[in-house]
Design a protein around this ligand. Structure first.
Ligand code: ZN
Length: 256
């Protein structure tokens, strides 16, 4: 297998003492490329440091909507200017999250739009986090399109979002969430999204796939997710593996 984990947080403290073994296990499972995802200033810098240290690791920098009160877009631009090592491949994870905090929707939207503007200025794609906010995500992206590509991470399909993805040729990433029990409508949405618009991710250390829930997730679990995706798409596993790998390289502009 040759696998690209488009979304992981090896910058998370859960990996502090087990990073080396974890990365060795990932390699054994065929994971050749990993995006280290920032969610505030500190973790973005850490993501870049990891991409400096490890071959095949890339950095995505940005401010998660949960950190809307703690950092601003100027800091992310400064991080880019100060640390750019040619391996910063996107701005993310950015977006809207109304699950944890509901009383700052306007501030979240404003920060989201500013980070889309930054991505456009730097000619980078965006990695979007959207939770309990699908309509506002839809409206914001429609009014403020990212010019160099949009990837919806941990994609949880709804009528609105699937329409947005298909109309605009966005990419979506599926992770452990695809292995959980799903409503019947899930298959319908999976049929609608072309495989050319799909990549895979783990969101490590979060969201372990079934049957590993409750453990620390890592990229070595991606074969489980690729198998499940192949099932949903009625395709063979090798084809899915190759296509999602190629999709990832193209989306993040990585030359091999
Ligand atoms: Zn994440």
């Amino acid at each position: 297998m040759i696998i690209y984990d488009t979304h992981a947080h090896y910058n998370d403290e859960k990996f502090e003492n087990i990073l080396k073994e974890t990365l060795t296990e990932n390699k054994k499972a065929g994971v050749e490329k990993i995006n280290e995802i920032g969610y505030n200033v500190e973790s973005s810098i850490k993501a870049i440091e990891l991409s400096n240290k490890y071959e095949g690791h890339y950095a995505v920098i940005g401010i998660h909507p949960s950190d809307v009160d703690k950092c601003d877009v100027k800091q992310i631009e400064d991080v880019y200017n100060k640390y750019n090592n040619g391996k910063i491949v996107a701005i993310g994870e950015i977006g809207l999250d109304y699950y944890w905090v509901k009383d700052n929707k306007e501030a979240q939207k404003e920060l989201f739009i500013k980070q889309i503007d930054l991505a456009n200025k730097l000619k980078l794609p965006i990695v979007v986090h959207s939770r309990d906010a699908s309509l506002d995500t839809y409206l914001t992206l429609k009014e403020h399109p990212a010019l160099y590509g949009t990837l919806l991470h941990c994609f949880s399909p709804t009528e609105d979002l699937v329409r947005l993805v298909i109309e605009n040729n966005y990419m979506v990433a599926f992770g452990g969430n695809i292995t959980y029990n799903r409503a019947k409508s899930f298959q319908k949405y999976m049929d609608m999204i072309p495989i050319e618009q799909i990549v895979v991710e783990t969101d490590s250390p979060y969201l372990p796939p079934e049957p590993l829930r409750g453990t620390i997730n890592s990229s070595k679990n991606l074969p489980i997710i690729i198998n499940k995706l192949a099932e949903y798409k009625h395709m063979n596993v090798e084809d899915v593996e190759k296509i999602v790998y190629r999709n990832s390289l193209e989306f993040f502009n990585i030359k091999e």
